[in-house]
Design a protein around this ligand. Structure first.
Ligand SMILES: Cc1cc2nc3c(=O)[nH]c(=O)nc-3n(C[C@H](O)[C@H](O)[C@H](O)COP(=O)(O)O)c2cc1C
Length: 204
């Protein structure tokens, strides 16, 4: 099938994820086009659109969100999945509110009537020496809140990207194509976890 990977990056980790994901989709016989959202690609005419962005300031990078906003009409009609590259993967609860982890993806889920059928977080990388002064200050504060020091670290794992691609393809046939505009009510009453268990049993 024809796949578009639309992404943004500031320091290159998301680009690394995109390159690997492209290869993994191609290894499985798919035709992949990779485009930066800053070049404003059209999502029309693809069988699957993958949205990829790093998390900055507690959410998906705003360049991706702006692109989604601009192309919402077309994106509603295309099966879509996403990955977000982040450092605070586990997430936490502060004073009854969810922070970090998959909660970072909420704006991306809320942006659509027909939400992405699958999405996950991929471990990011941080190298204080490569950051701009302003970004270094922000990241120092970010790690202070988590009770950690800002230092070079990598949570990136090829296995996570492989799992993302495998699961996206596994769920695509069923979830990706099943729920269309105007049918979202049907999705609300559906036992997704039972279907996931059934699909995963086919993996053996
Ligand atoms: C200014 C700044 C803010 C960030 N904010 C967050 C954040 O809120 N949550 C998080 O998990 N990671 C945060 N990160 C970490 C990035 O998501 C991580 O470094 C990622 O690998 C960057 O991807 P990129 O190289 O594609 O730009 C931040 C990084 C920077 C430099």
């Amino acid at each position: 099938m024809k796949v578009l990977i639309a992404y943004t990056t500031r320091y290159g980790t998301t680009e690394k994820v995109v390159g690997l994901a492209k290869r993994l989709f191609e290894d499985r016989g798919h035709n992949v086009e990779v485009r930066r959202v800053e070049d404003d690609p059209s999502p029309a005419g693809y069988d699957l659109v993958i949205l990829g962005a790093p998390v900055y300031r507690d959410g998906p990078h705003w360049n991706l969100m702006e692109w989604v906003e601009r192309h919402k009409g077309e994106l509603e009609d295309v099966p879509k999945a996403f990955f977000l590259v982040a450092m605070h993967l586990a997430g936490s609860v502060f004073m009854g509110k969810l922070h970090g982890g998959i909660a970072y993806a909420q704006p991306l889920v809320d942006a659509f009537e027909v939400p992405p059928f699958y999405g996950t977080l991929i471990g990011g990388e941080i190298d204080p020496e490569k950051l701009s002064d302003e970004d270094r200050r922000k990241m120092r504060r970010f790690y202070a809140v988590l009770g950690e020091k800002l230092e070079k670290k990598s949570l990136f794992s090829e296995k996570d990207v492989d799992a993302f691609v495998r699961r996206t393809l596994l769920y695509y046939d069923w979830f990706g194509k099943h729920f269309k505009r105007g049918e979202v009510e049907k999705a609300k009453n559906f036992d997704f976890m039972e279907k996931v268990r059934e699909l995963e049993r086919t993996l053996g």
